[in-house]
Ligand binder design. Sequence first.
Ligand SMILES: NC(=O)c1ccc[n+]([C@@H]2O[C@H](COP(=O)([O-])OP(=O)(O)OC[C@H]3O[C@@H](n4cnc5c(N)ncnc54)[C@H](O)[C@@H]3O)[C@@H](O)[C@H]2O)c1
Length: 248
Amino acid sequence: MRLENKIALISGAASGFGKAMAELFAKEGAKLVLVDIDGENLTKVKNKIGDRAIKFIANVGNLADSEAMIKEAIRQFGRLDILINNAGVTHNNMPLEKVSEEDFERVYQTNMKSIFYSSKFAVPIMKGQGGGIILSTASSAGLRPRPGLSWYNASKAWVINITKTMAVELAKDNIRVNCLCPVAGETPLLTQFMGEDSEIMREKFKSTIPMGRFSQPRDIANAALFLCSKEAEFITGVALEVDGGRCV
Ligand SMILES: NC(=O)c1ccc[n+]([C@@H]2O[C@H](COP(=O)([O-])OP(=O)(O)OC[C@H]3O[C@@H](n4cnc5c(N)ncnc54)[C@H](O)[C@@H]3O)[C@@H](O)[C@H]2O)c1
């Protein structure tokens, strides 16, 4: 019970990494606000977890929705110990000049503006309650970019920089800020990263990962649990690679 009675909000909780984090955090005793734009899958995750979780359908790239999700956490539980900015999207793998402005906007709204918005509303609460933890899902793409994913890669480099920036600014307020840098993982996003889901493409991606496999949602959930636990109480401003050696 490493998170006993901690209140955690997880965005992108309906699928992939966020879903695995939600399930693990619930097992470790946290009470959860599960946020996603996909209400159908969010309900499935909430029902599996049961009474420890509430669900909240929101677009994290929207200011009013972000305010509402933080307010809902406070209304239901009275505080917010852990904020996980995990929801994210990519454009398809393609030459950088072919990415549409619409896709660019969607990536930047979801991956970057979401953190601006959630911070605007969560940071004052954490300051007021004497501390908190913010964890974002960046990517190994922000450290070691692959071709064809230009604007996505840059959005994740931004997540790494704002993590470090927030960590130094908020350290005096007892707010720890870290991010995870997963390598390509077995979630619905993988096909978009690869451009096509074929054996050849899978082998090509895996060949760049020294440990020879994709990341699994459990790898990312385990790393998130560590960074949000008491054991990590002196760790802030870290971009933790969870990547089987890809960034070495
Ligand atoms: N899968 C990978 O290979 C990989 C690698 C590195 C980093 N990441 C990052 O991990 C995070 C989670 O991705 P995943 O692989 O679990 O993908 P996923 O598609 O399985 O899950 C992402 C979830 O975010 C939700 N979402 C998307 N836009 C949203 C919005 N505007 N508001 C609220 N919810 C929204 C989706 O509905 C989905 O449930 C993302 O930030 C992604 O960029 C993924």
